[in-house]
Design a protein around this ligand. Structure first.
Ligand SMILES: [Fe+2]
Length: 271
């Protein structure tokens, strides 16, 4: 998205491109952006960094995140030591909600990212931060993408919402209004909060995977927390280079999903 750390200029023509992309990717507009994961290329140190990040974040989150997120971690066996192997992950994820993960070298352009979501494909940065950079990320790595995003994609209704956000993004970009979809994505997928049994919880992947911002978003007295609506999401700016100055809070996960699913491309442009 425009300023979203989840996407960037890419790697067309990269030497690491797969000579034979999987058959289900053939002919898709995003096919040229995917690379083989080459899981065996992750070093022992890479796997140790994953384990360190995973253990630290699970302990930090405790029950501060919506319960389907924790269910997703279990269902997808993300607690298995080491960087997850995407092919193994897809074996569980795809039959469940139709979503697949693919490796990408780094950020992909907005239109590619949204087109992937519309096809139920989630791009995963094919690298992991170093031990020296545990809390600083220039671009989303596989810990952010896999730990932050994938657990919720095992939840049927959320998975459908994420696909719909992709379709809305494709339509908005085609209409020259990509920033509207970027803001919707940001406030519903990356940095959303919601209530669960009256308690304030983390919903967004950017918060769930962040050591610093997860507690900050829930506990800081210095930020605004405003009621979520798609109209507010589409029109609320965000920061991509600092903690958010405001978070949108829905009544429930179900409210977020229902409102986003009810949004049409036409209405997105009119809000
Ligand atoms: Fe993300």
């Amino acid at each position: 998205m425009l300023d979203d750390p989840c996407k960037t200029p890419p790697p067309i023509g990269s030497a690491d491109r797969s000579p034979s992309p999987p058959p289900w990717a053939a002919g898709r507009s995003w096919e040229a952006y995917i690379v083989p994961q080459r899981w065996e290329s992750f070093s022992g140190e890479d796997h140790e960094v994953w384990d360190l990040l995973f253990a630290r974040q699970v302990e930090l989150l405790g029950s501060r995140v919506v319960s389907p997120f924790l269910d997703g971690i279990d269902l997808l066996r993300l607690s298995h030591p080491g960087v997850p192997e995407l092919a193994e992950l897809n074996v569980i994820l795809e039959p469940r909600t139709g979503w697949r993960t693919v490796a990408v070298p780094g950020l992909v352009p907005d239109e590619v990212f949204f087109a992937m979501l519309a096809d139920r494909v989630f791009p995963v940065g094919n690298f992991i931060r170093t031990r020296e950079q545990l809390d600083y990320l220039e671009a989303p790595d596989c810990f952010h993408d896999l730990f932050g995003h994938i657990p919720m994609l095992a939840h049927h209704d959320y998975a459908e919402m994420a696909r719909h956000v992709g379709e809305l993004g494709v339509a908005a970009i085609a209409a020259g209004e990509g920033q509207r979809a970027a803001r919707l994505y940001w406030h519903s997928v990356e940095f959303a909060l919601c209530r669960e049994h009256e308690e304030l919880k983390i919903l967004g992947a950017g918060l769930a995977s962040s050591f610093g911002e997860s507690h900050f978003s829930l506990e800081s007295d210095e930020v605004e927390r405003l009621p979520f609506s798609v109209g507010r999401a589409v029109n609320t700016p965000y920061r991509h280079d600092a903690f958010q100055p405001r978070y949108l809070v829905s009544h429930s996960l179900e409210q977020t999903i229902a409102e986003v699913l009810a949004l049409t491309g036409e209405r997105l442009l009119a809000l």
